[in-house]
Design a protein. Structure first.
Ligand code: FAD
Length: 500
């Protein structure tokens, strides 16, 4: 069959479903009818709260007003993730957004910094990141697009209530003509000749057909797995956490502009400050701790009164073997789940949507195009997976069976090579244009977890050390002064009509 796509049915209305609806409606405009079916009764996961900076581009792309979006989703700003007790108990480091140092003018920042550090001529790593300094100071401000400005590196993302984000996007989408259908999908009907999905059947007997289906049904993967049997690649041998218990608690004190990730006996706990409450969750490995004990640990480590019952979620880390199969594209949890450590799930919904638009099909559904989408997105996801595994692999903790297991586990060759390259001579590199995490991210986590290069690139030993040291001192001073002048986080949100 050929001809353009005329109808898209999104199945599932969680964060992924409504992000898809917003992006597809906005981009395909009047040419394609976009509908979404969801079941109020089944509900959504709704625990995702932390994001990464490209979400800003997504919100701009779908035409959201930032201040309204922040009020509607109770959002706050995020400049970093702070890791507590990961390398060792008592150790704390920051993974800031943006870069270290002044940018490319001094060459590879880490080489210069390490060369000078060997002579005791530079301050700690955090002095050279504006986002790290802003996290420590509890301050935020607008990023300056001028590359010469110190605030050019001040990248921010959001903490928000993912349930409210889905609800807000629904309101926006319905206002723009996306049809929402309430109903529970009970059957998926495939064409006999090639297995393409023809229609879905709802509990009340209604049948809904479309040219292209987007599976956003969460962990169930109703179409991609239930009907098309795409298969799942299990990564639990690298990422063994498989459950999370979550609870919101009362907000105490000023809201922090960073996610706090604290390593615990059998996993780690998140703490995320929103406008109206603090989100908390313990992500753990059920081989190493019972559900009740995990719940107790979480409740014992809240800084405010719990505001609801705890919720336990189960998952298997990994990815769908094929993200796009025939006329079904999976997005969000139906396409896989790395785990929430680096806040990349919502980002991968966005990445999948951008790739889908770049590889947008017609009704012939070119297998070459579909394969290219799957390869590209698969690579992107694997690079993120490696980065997340690094956090466990590089621990020096040996105090509990969980930490001993992850410290000793085999890692993917792709990750082992990168760790060795850094250990050997502080070499950092990005694998390709589609890799999300930058050299700065790899540096923050490798160095933060205690990996120390044996040497640095000798080239940096030949350079004018006095000049390099003065350059870094200047960067540090400028960042210190710039952060000093930034407003406090809450004051900034309130002054900009972002607080509700
Ligand atoms: P869901 O929210 O599960 O939505 C599924 C939708 O499908 C619902 O609307 C449901 O009603 C519908 N549906 C299912 N079956 C049927 C049916 N039979 N008929 C009709 N409708 C149906 N991501 C981040 O980016 N940052 C984070 O900090 C983060 N933290 C997380 C913490 C945990 C513990 C977990 C588990 C996830 C976290 N995530 C995070 C992931 C994030 O929550 C999800 O990626 C995001 O919410 C998208 O979910 P979804 O829309 O794919 O699935």
């Amino acid at each position: 069959m050929s001809g353009p796509i005329r109808t898209i049915l999104i199945v599932g209305g969680g964060t992924a479903g409504w992000m898809a609806a917003a992006a597809l409606q906005r981009t395909l405009g009047p040419h394609v009818k976009v509908s979404l079916v969801e079941s109020e009764e089944i509900g959504i996961v709704g625990v995702g709260e932390a994001t990464v900076p490209p979400i800003r581009d997504f919100n701009v792309m779908i035409g959201l007003d930032e201040a309204e979006f922040m009020r509607e989703t109770k959002a706050t700003l995020k400049v970093a993730i702070v890791f507590q007790d990961w390398g060792q108990v008592g150790n704390r480091y920051t993974h800031p957004f943006g870069t270290f140092g002044p940018g490319p003018t001094l060459g590879d920042f880490q080489q210069t910094w390490l060369a000078l550090q060997a002579q005791d001529r530079v301050g700690p790593l955090g002095d050279y990141s504006i986002c790290w300094r802003a996290a420590d100071a509890g301050k935020v401000g607008p990023r300056d697009p001028d590359p010469r400005s110190p605030r050019n590196g001040l990248f921010t993302a959001y903490h928000f209530d993912a349930g409210l984000y889905a609800r807000y996007l629904r309101k926006v989408c319905e206002g723009r003509g996306v049809e929402r259908i309430e109903g529970k999908v009970v059957d998926v009907v495939q064409r006999a000749r090639d297995g393409f999905v023809d229609s879905i059947t709802l509990e009340d007997g209604r049948s809904l057909s479309a040219d292209l289906f987007i599976d956003c049904t969460g962990f169930r993967g109703l179409l991609i797995e239930g009907a098309l049997k795409a298969g799942y690649e299990d990564w639990s041998h690298w990422l063994p956490v498989d459950r999370a218990v979550a609870v919101p608690c009362a907000k105490v004190g000023p809201v922090t502009p960073y996610t706090l990730s604290t390593a615990r006996e059998a996993g780690w706990q998140w703490r995320i400050g929103l406008q109206h409450r603090t989100g908390n969750g313990y992500v753990y490995c059920s081989d190493h701790i019972e559900d009740d004990a995990a719940r107790e640990t979480l409740l014992a480590n809240l800084d405010g009164e719990p505001l609801a019952e705890t919720r336990t979620l189960r998952f298997v880390t990994g990815r769908r073997k094929t993200y796009w199969d025939r006329n079904v594209v999976s997005l969000g949890l139906s396409s896989g789940f790395i785990e929430p450590l680096e806040s990349t799930s919502i980002h991968l919904v966005q990445a999948g949507l951008i790739r889908l638009l770049q590889h947008f099909p017609d009704r012939s559904f070119s297998p070459v195009n579909i394969a290219a989408y799957n390869t590209r997105l698969g690579r992107e996801v694997e690079l993120i997976r490696d980065f997340v595994i690094l956090h466990y692999h590089a621990t020096q903790r040996a105090d509990t069976p969980f930490w001993r297991q992850v410290a000793a586990m085999p890692i993917p060759d792709s990750l082992a090579e990168r760790v060795e390259a850094f250990r050997d001579r502080a070499l950092l590199y990005q694998v390709g244009a589609d890799e999300y995490f930058s050299q700065a991210s790899w540096l923050a986590v490798m160095y933060g977890q205690g990996i120390r290069p044996r040497m640095f690139n000798p080239l940096y030993g030949y350079s004018d050390q006095d000049r390099a040291a003065a350059g870094l001192r200047n960067v540090s001073d400028v960042f210190a002064r710039t952060v000093e002048a930034l407003p406090e986080h809450e004051a900034f949100l309130k002054a900009n009509n972002m607080w509700s």
